[in-house]
Write a protein that binds this ligand. Structure first.
Ligand SMILES: *Cc1c(COP(=O)(O)O)cnc(C)c1O
Length: 383
């Protein structure tokens, strides 16, 4: 079953009632191995690192949601990223958006540079600067949009066009679509070759599982990634896949509410005298507002701001909220607040990606929007 609309596919793609007993929900196949009817004769499953029915249901569903031919799931977002990077060879060059996820930056700079991979970080909101960063050995372009934590919006189609017109071998365009989720933005349709997710965030949606996913419509890339998934083995367990599948069923509903709440909060903060700057792609004042309107169905649930009082106020606000829980991560039903420079983005301290210590990041949940604004209101008045 593969009905047309996103909400329907989220509930049905890869999730036909189980053929053995008719279970409506995909069972948790908590098994490492499978009985064979003869030597080498099996039903498509021989060992759960290679394939597992619960994982496969999620892989089919994720691919469907991104409009991709194929999907692969991983034990974490970083497991997915590491496996994608195994496509490269020593001497290859990667152009990366600056303001990339801190863990991605750490993997690229502190681990993969030791394997003779080269990385250039560039502000991809500037397409000319992006084009200038290409070298003859550029094999991959890596980007996130909206970016974390500055909420810059990158024109995916524009970057893909630059990559396709690069001289020599065409670099693969990989988009980390974690912040937007496939409900808000589908990079393959805009020219990307590979899309990856930390399913820990919006796809899982309930802050109860760590996972990753990769999708592509390129058959050759899929074969190589499938080989690497099995070869490197960063695969998720069946129960974790089941949790993500359950989360995905409500993705559309959740993303609508996340976006509506975040927009209301962004507007509230933008007019508040204690706030110097709000970064949210749904505000007309955002520098890439037009691109966001074109590229995204709604502006999403993440926003950042800088209080007038600087780092001391930032710390005070983060300590004073009651509904917004002080914590890392994002994309769950509950609202979170954090100070990136001291928390999620410590690993980029001292690098060109270092963030303003007064920056506060919100992952706006799906609680009642007025309650959330009231919570921020009281936190902003704490002295
Ligand atoms: C969380 C995150 C990752 C890493 O995913 P894990 O599931 O934590 O390994 C990668 N990219 C982005 C944008 C993220 O937010």
């Amino acid at each position: 079953m593969n009905a047309d609309h996103f909400e329907t596919r989220a509930i049905h793609a890869g999730q036909e009632p189980d053929s053995a007993v008719g279970a409506v929900v995909v069972p948790i196949y908590q098994t490492s191995t499978y009985a064979q009817t003869d030597v080498g004769a099996h039903k498509g499953y021989d060992y759960s690192r290679t394939n597992n029915p619960t994982r496969q249901a999620l892989e089919v569903c994720l691919a469907s949601l991104e409009g991709a031919a194929n999907g692969l799931c991983f034990a974490s977002g970083m497991g997915a990223i590491t496996t994608i990077m195994l496509l490269l060879q020593a001497g290859d060059h990667v152009v990366v958006c600056d303001d990339v996820y801190g863990g991605t930056y750490r993997l690229f700079r502190n681990v993969l540079e030791n394997y003779q991979l080269q990385f250039t970080f560039v502000d991809m909101t500037d397409l000319n600067a992006t084009a200038r960063a290409f070298r003859p050995n550029t094999r991959m372009v890596w980007l996130e949009t909206p970016t974390n934590p500055l909420m810059k919006v990158i024109d995916i189609a524009g970057v893909a066009k630059e990559a396709k017109s690069a001289k020599g071998a065409k670099p693969w365009v990989v988009v980390d679509n974690t912040f937007a989720s496939p409900y808000l933005q589908q990079p393959l349709a805009l020219g990307a070759d590979v899309v990856m997710h930390s399913t820990t965030k919006y796809l899982g949606g309930h802050s109860d599982v760590v996972g990753g996913g990769v999708v592509t419509s390129d058959p050759e890339l899929f074969e190589r990634l499938k080989f690497l998934q099995n070869a490197a083995g960063a695969v998720p367990g069946a129960f974790d896949c089941w949790l993500v599948l359950r989360g995905v069923k409500t993705l559309a509903l959740r993303m609508e509410r996340h976006s509506a709440n975040a927009l209301a909060i962004a507007r509230f903060l933008a007019q508040h005298p204690a706030i110097a700057r709000v970064m949210y792609p749904g505000l007309e004042s955002h520098p890439q507002y037009e691109i966001a309107q074109r590229q995204m169905r709604a502006p999403g649930g993440m926003l950042s701001f800088i209080p007038v009082g600087g780092v001391d106020s930032a710390m005070q606000i983060a300590r004073a909220t009651r509904l917004f829980t002080l914590g890392e991560s994002l994309g769950g039903v509950e609202s979170l607040i954090e100070v990136p420079a001291a928390m999620t983005h410590q690993s980029v301290a001292g690098s060109p990606l270092e963030v303003d210590p007064a920056l506060v990041r919100l992952s706006v949940g799906i609680e009642n929007g007025e309650d959330l604004i009231a919570d921020l209101q009281q936190a902003l008045h704490v002295r």
